[in-house]
Design a protein around this ligand. Structure first.
Ligand code: SF4
Length: 336
């Protein structure tokens, strides 16, 4: 089977031992990737009644057999563990570039066990896999951490998963930032990283994936690109991203408002065009995707909004806007 190495990295942070596993093609045909692989390892390895923030929890970072295929939708990866938020299966997915980068480095997944005695981060650069000291990064927010990592690894092309102070302090809803503009927001995976003293997982891969029929894949990618751009819905996605749903839901009477007590937020007086006209500086996207639905916002007044954090999705606008009864157009983007 082409397009994948079948290689899984296992890191025990307690013993600082790094090993490799190759469970074989049958395994990958059965579990494929993402949540399939996560469910397999969590069920197999986590003892009953394990504390999600304890040393025995297993944390899985994984791409899939299709991640890295140069066609839209194949840039995604997942992070999973027993969730500190629910006490059940926890998993959170993200787009972006980290998954393909892991594949280009030569791996499908990373399984992290144990707990480091002091803060560390993982650095994976093709055949080099290191557990590096992160004491100087502990306590720092994601933006500053990202800048330091870029400088100290002397590589502007790193792809990163980073936690901030929330994850370090085991806040049960803490997420993981991926390159500052994509996020693993669900099930508290940032707190699981924090419980293992794991500040970041940084990847850089320079190998090429081999495919059975690359010309056919390129033809498929061209087909998607042509059709995405001739489709009005996708042009909307490109112009405003998922933030369009904020205004669509308002029109439909289904906008989560004032802690879900209403579906209409009467104080919402600005439009999607006004929001983007005022704050958007460009669109951004994920691996091999022509839609580029991610929005990048910037402002100096009334609040400073730093473009390195991208821009808000629908969920952020609703959570910090209508759900809290906040009608200030700049507040949601600033909170994001
Ligand atoms: S740019 Fe938007 S549509 Fe394309 S893969 Fe990323 S999230 Fe999905």
């Amino acid at each position: 089977m082409k397009g994948f190495s079948g290689k899984i990295i296992r890191v025990n942070l307690t013993t600082r031992k790094i090993t490799f596993e190759q469970p074989g093609e049958k395994f990958f045909r059965k579990y494929i990737g993402g949540r399939g692989i996560i469910a397999y390892y969590l069920l197999k390895e986590i003892p009953k009644d394990t504390d999600p923030l304890g040393e025995e929890n297993t944390l899985v970072f994984t791409a899939s057999v299709l991640t890295g295929v140069p066609v839209p939708g194949f840039g995604r990866h997942s992070v999973g563990a027993k969730s500190p938020l629910t006490g059940l299966y926890g998993e959170s997915e993200s787009g972006g570039f980290w998954g393909p980068e892991l594949k280009f480095a030569g791996y499908e997944s990373i399984i992290v066990q144990g707990k480091a005695s002091s803060p560390v981060y993982l650095w994976i650069h093709n055949d080099t896999i290191e557990i590096k000291d992160a004491s100087h990064l502990w306590g720092k927010e994601t933006g500053e951490t990202f800048d330091i990592l870029e400088r100290e690894l002397e590589n502007k092309r790193i792809r990163s998963l980073i936690i901030g102070p929330a994850g370090e302090n085991l806040v049960r809803i803490a997420g993981i930032a991926h390159d500052l503009t994509h996020y693993h927001g669900r099930t508290g995976m940032g707190a699981v990283m924090g419980s293992k003293n794991l500040k970041a997982v940084v990847v850089r891969g320079t190998n090429k994936l081999e495919f059975e029929d690359l010309p056919k894949l390129k033809e498929l990618a061209r087909f998607f690109a042509r059709n995405f751009h001739s489709n009005a819905d996708n042009n909307g996605q490109n112009n405003h991203g998922t933030s369009d749903y904020y205004f669509g839901a308002q029109a439909a009477g289904s906008l989560p408002t004032r802690n879900f007590t209403s579906g209409h937020f009467k104080e919402l007086t600005y439009s999607a065009d006004e929001l983007h006209g005022e704050l958007k500086i460009k669109s951004d996207g994920c691996y091999a995707c022509p839609v580029r639905c991610k929005q990048v916002f910037q402002a100096e007044k009334p609040y400073r909004i730093d473009p390195k954090f991208g821009g808000p999705e629908f969920e952020t606008l609703a959570a910090f806007g209508s759900l809290c009864g906040v009608s200030d157009m700049y507040a949601g983007p600033k909170a994001h």
